[in-house]
Design a protein around this ligand. Structure first.
Ligand code: ATP
Ligand code: FE2
Length: 327
């Protein structure tokens, strides 16, 4: 069985093809990287509209298949930026009609989780899902992926990207901050904001920018941002593991590429006799393969949708998805 997946929630348009063993046959993408300011949804959507057809052709060619060998067409139905989501959905509908194959609407957050489960072999993990727009601690309970904790304001990646942009480091900020942090080593005090199972980052952003304005060194600030923010995430993840009595933790989302975050969570897991899992970077960031894989699971579970039900949902929550493919 072959499924194609179209990802278009934010800055990346991605097209992936996977088979029933979750072998990734293709995972093509193009990301818009605005020179200044954040992502403008309309500009990103225009970029996606321009790239999506060539990417579909490139993915099919890379996979070495004929387009009519595909069994299903999956796309990110939400959450995300409206114009971007609608562009991907339009392409998916057109493709499904053209090759007369069923359509599957995938929740983007659930896809980050499913590709991690399939690729790392973990069974029932607590997922720490850390990306630009999202920061959630998720676990499976009674037919759904439940959100046990999340950010109360901006996503962790957003914190890193906003800081980096404001101090002139460029975009995306996460990898640049990771590199600079390794040159710093003096911990500057920043607000550590954990509220029960939830976290908040905007106070830390304001404080870090103020410290930068008053002369604190950039490397030390990058180091301190990582240490403080990642410690908050590790704390709430550990609490979820303890409450749920789960022995696995899975990282997903673009920020999961960060080695320091990985090492903190690994250490925490090790101390509690648990195991940490993280898929390779190309499957942590937004990508088409994770949509294709989740689409394949859903298609096998009879969750195809008609064209009339394929409208996007910008605020589609992780815990709104009926996860009927897990027994
Ligand atoms: P979502 O729609 O799920 O919120 P997203 O649009 O933010 O996702 P992703 O590709 O999942 O897209 O994540 C991008 C984020 O990951 C950016 O904020 C980027 O700075 C961050 N990132 C990428 N690599 C690293 C790294 N090595 N360290 C920290 N952050 C990273
Ligand atoms: Fe994402």
């Amino acid at each position: 069985m072959l499924c194609i997946g179209i990802e278009s929630t934010a800055h990346t348009i991605g097209v992936g093809i996977v088979d029933e063993k979750c072998r990734v046959l293709a995972n093509e993408y193009s990301a818009i990287s605005p020179a200044k300011g954040g992502i403008h949804p309309r500009e990103a959507a225009n970029h996606h509209a321009e790239k999506v057809v060539p990417l579909i052709h490139a993915a099919v060619e890379k996979a070495g298949i004929r387009i009519d060998e595909l069994d299903a067409v999956a796309f990110s139905i939400g959450p995300g930026l409206g114009p971007c989501l609608r562009t991907g959905a339009t392409a998916a509908r057109a493709l499904a009609i053209a090759i007369s194959k069923p359509l599957v609407g995938v929740n983007h957050c659930v896809a980050h989780l499913e590709i991690g489960r399939a690729k790392t072999g973990c069974k029932n993990p607590v997922l720490l899902y850390v990306s630009g727009g999202n920061t959630q601690v998720i676990a499976f309970a009674e037919g759904r992926y439940r959100v046990f904790g999340e950010t109360l304001d901006i996503g962790i990646g957003n914190l890193l990207d906003k800081f980096a942009r404001a101090v002139g480091l460029g975009f995306p900020g996460g990898p640049i901050i990771e590199r600079l942090a390794s040159e710093g080593g003096r911990l500057v005090s920043l607000p550590y904001s954990v509220k029960g199972m939830d976290v908040a980052f905007s106070g830390m952003l304001t404080a870090a920018l103020e410290l930068h304005r008053t002369g604190a060194g950039l490397a030390d600030l990058c180091y301190s941002l990582q240490e403080t923010a990642f410690a908050m995430l590790t704390e709430v993840t550990e609490r979820a593991m303890a409450h749920l009595d789960l022995g696995e933790v899975l990282l997903g989302g673009g920020v999961a590429c960060n080695r320091r975050l990985q090492s903190m969570v690994r250490m925490m897991a090790h101390d509690r006799g648990a195991k940490m899992f993280v898929p390779e970077g190309s499957l942590c960031v937004d990508n088409g393969a994770m949509i294709a894989w989740t689409g394949l699971l859903m298609h096998r579970s009879g969750l195809d949708i008609g064209l009339e039900e394929s409208g996007v949902n910008q605020r589609y929550r992780t815990d709104q998805v009926d996860v009927t493919w897990i027994q």
